[in-house]
Design a protein around this ligand. Structure first.
Ligand SMILES: [Zn+2]
Length: 246
């Protein structure tokens, strides 16, 4: 007798799958009494590359015996991976990925922050600084410079192929499977810090009177003290996000 399960592989594990089965839910029939570890290896990825398996939202061991209608999510080894909130995120990619952009990717860095992704960027970082910060803070180094990315010291890298910033952000969101992790307006565009809710009364003297009167919700960057609100720029930003990465 066969049982039905749904399985999905994340990130680099997709490289082990045959084409047509990557980055999507796979509905498969298997024999009874098969362990999840056996199934994973039959499909391609070696268990040594797997860091975390969720079955119906709960973490599971390789010897877990699959049951009818189980939903399985399989995540790769990733040393900076934050697994604290694992069981809350059943079907979303769990990786808390962080980036550092080279000096030519300022617009991409801003777009990544706009979507809520932790992105280090300064326009005066030299190659050594980029590599050192990428490694020290587990940030994936984004660059269009093949020569820079060939440096063997770099542990996380991605070569941006597109030339236009709007195409680059689409490329990064697709490649790293980030669509479900987008959190617009959650990060300061200037300094990359997560913004925090601030009481309306606290910003009265710091924003224009008409902005203060027509908005009730404000956030603030604790680093540069910049105030954010959902004004007309917010609507156009959301439209831009939908058109660009949806
Ligand atoms: Zn800031």
């Amino acid at each position: 007798m066969k049982i039905n399960i749904i399985i999905r592989f994340y990130e680099e594990l997709n490289d082990f799958l045959i084409s047509g089965t990557r980055k999507k839910d796979l509905f498969i029939d298997i024999e009874k009494d098969v362990s999840v570890g056996t199934l994973i290896e039959l499909m391609g990825p070696p268990c040594s590359e797997v860091d975390l398996i969720l079955v119906n939202g709960q973490s599971a061991r390789f010897d877990y015996i699959l049951q009818n209608n189980d939903r399985v999510s399989v995540y790769p080894v990733f040393e900076c991976f934050n697994i604290e909130s694992v069981s809350l995120l059943e079907n979303a990619p769990l990786r808390k990925i962080k980036f550092i952009c080279d000096v030519h990717l300022g617009r991409l860095a801003k777009y990544l922050r706009m979507l809520g992704f932790d992105t280090q960027y300064e326009n005066d970082y030299d190659d050594n600084t980029l590599i050192r910060m990428s490694n020290a803070h587990c940030r994936t180094l984004l660059s269009r410079d093949k020569k820079l990315l060939l440096d063997k010291k770099i542990t996380r890298r991605y070569l941006i192929k597109q030339a236009e910033p709007a195409d680059q952000i689409r490329e990064v969101v697709e490649y790293f499977d980030l669509k479900n992790n987008i959190m617009p307006m959650s990060r300061c565009l200037e300094c990359n810090c997560v913004v925090q809710t601030v009481l309306k009364e606290a910003v009265e003297s710091r924003v224009d009177q008409n902005i203060f009167e027509i908005n009730d919700a404000f956030t603030e960057c604790r680093e540069c003290r910049k105030i954010y609100w959902k004004g007309s720029h917010y609507d156009s930003m959301m439209l831009w996000i939908r058109e660009t990465v949806d």
